[in-house]
Ligand binder design. Structure first.
Ligand code: NAD
Length: 267
């Protein structure tokens, strides 16, 4: 007998990511969308989430609350303040949570760690397979080249993105810092002014906000006479959506704890 599909709630369901999550969850036989959640004052509350996503009616209205039926997994692509609220709800109702929202603070990571004592949580600033492989190899390259090579990260995103630098750029920086036993004190953001000479060991992080760019990240490793560039370009948001849906299916079978995409992929 086929296994029951995993029941799923999506927070931020009328947003850019949320609409694609609703659309692609509908195509996935392992998943059953049971709730499409938005902020209470969203103008489309009550409208069918499938219609908002361009699918036609799917019988799931956009709502500010969870239905009485507790879903197995909740996917959050909304805003940090909403993530905090839904993390607490998930902990109370024992719902596994996939967190894609970026712009999180250190205190948010501490809250996620606490909740992970009771529920399975997978948080990732970038759900694409390629970016998570980039994290891995950037750490290896940084370790191999050491401080003789200047390291800079440049990211580009669409003009509507709220947080900067992107969560992915920080994830990339963290991968390099971890491999080199350094802290975020080594990061230098968006140089500007008369006294910006690079210090050995600095890692520059820079953000472009341009048109409809879905997401591009380059890590530069440069010394006298050569430069190595590792670049990832997302050409379509669905890469993040497919990663998040795969994470939801995987997370439903995990014990309480905090997970990353690398755990799911066995990287
Ligand atoms: P968006 O602005 O298009 O959508 C966000 C949605 O969340 C909006 O519809 C908004 O109304 C809703 N929202 C805001 N506050 C809410 C609340 N309190 N309760 C419920 N819903 C609320 O943004 P987007 O491009 O879809 O991105 C959403 C988030 O996901 C951002 O933080 C973005 O950086 C992040 N993101 C992460 C990845 C990844 O792979 N991890 C990829 C793309 C985007």
């Amino acid at each position: 007998m086929p296994a029951e599909p995993i029941s799923l709630a999506v927070v931020g369901a009328a947003g850019r990511m949320g609409q694609r999550l609703v659309a692609l969850a509908k195509e996935d036989a392992n998943l059953k969308l049971v709730a499409a959640i938005e902020r209470a004052e969203h103008p489309q509350i009550g409208k069918d989430a499938g219609e908002i996503a361009g699918l036609g009616s799917i019988g799931v209205p956009l709502s500010a609350d969870l239905p009485a039926q507790t879903p197995n997994v909740l996917i959050d692509f909304s805003a940090p303040v909403s993530m905090r609220n839904w993390l607490s709800v998930c902990r109370q109702r024992k719902i596994a949570m996939v967190i894609g929202t970026t712009g999180l603070h250190e205190s948010d990571h501490a809250l996620i760690d606490k909740a992970a004592a009771d529920i399975a949580v997978l948080q990732a600033p970038n759900m694409s397979l390629g970016v998570n492989v980039l994290f891995k190899i950037a750490g290896m390259v940084a370790q191999m080249l050491g401080d003789d090579y200047d390291k800079e990260i440049v990211e580009g995103h669409h003009r509507f993105k709220k947080d900067a630098p992107s969560g992915t750029a920080l994830g990339l920086a963290d991968a390099i810092l971890k491999a080199m036993n350094k802290s975020r004190d080594a990061l230098v953001y968006d140089r500007h002014g008369d006294d910006c000479v690079r210090k050995r060991g600095d890692i520059g992080v820079h953000a472009l906000r341009i048109g409809d760019e879905v997401g591009r990240h380059t890590a530069y490793f440069a010394s006298q006479g050569e430069r190595l560039e590792l670049t990832h370009v997302a050409t379509n948001r669905d890469t993040f959506v497919r990663g998040a849906l795969r994470a939801a299916t995987w997370l439903a079978g995990q014990k309480p704890g905090r997970y990353a995409i690398a755990d799911m992929l066995g990287l």
